[in-house]
Design a protein around this ligand. Structure first.
Ligand code: MG
Length: 159
């Protein structure tokens, strides 16, 4: 078994949608990014690539590549899963924390979990998504940014 860790941060700006785990969350601001800016999926991709020692999101999906302009991060996640599969890895479980001042994410967590379970071909009992505020502190607390952390456990596929 191997463990992987991922982190991401995006600026929050008006006029962009807030994507989390492939779900659009009603919000005044959304993530600025080359892709759709889905900070949760980006942290998760880095955790998955890290666990499999396959580099990071920037090496596989360069942010200056026009191919990835405004791309859905779900497509990047699917590509990452394909890479893990080619390297004989299965996901056991994932645990994520999103840091965001507002809106409150609790009502949206079941939908995010369901969406990720579908994307990762896991049961939602293998997926933990937590959210917190930063109590008004720093860029996240000032509603200028959103952060996500992800930890994953993977195992070698059984023949
Ligand atoms: Mg990112």
């Amino acid at each position: 078994m191997r463990i992987g860790f991922g982190y991401d941060i995006h600026k929050l700006v008006s006029g962009r949608k807030l994507y989390l785990g492939g779900v659009v969350i009603p919000s005044e601001k959304g993530e600025l990014g080359h892709s759709d800016g889905d900070v949760l999926i980006h942290a998760l991709i880095d955790a998955l690539l890290g666990a499999a020692v396959l580099g990071d999101i920037g090496t596989h999906f360069p942010p200056d590549d026009p191919l990835y302009k405004d791309i859905s991060s779900r497509i990047l996640l699917a590509e990452t899963l394909k890479l893990l599969g080619q390297n004989g890895c299965d996901i056991i479980n994932i645990d994520c924390t999103i840091l965001l001042e507002k809106p409150k994410l609790l009502p949206h967590i079941p939908h995010i979990k369901e969406n990720l379970a579908h994307a990762l071909d896991l049961t939602s009992s293998s997926i933990s998504i937590k959210s917190k505020t930063k109590e008004g502190l720093g860029s996240v607390g000032q509603e200028q940014a959103i952060e996500a952390y992800a930890v994953v456990l993977i195992q070698e596929q059984t023949p």
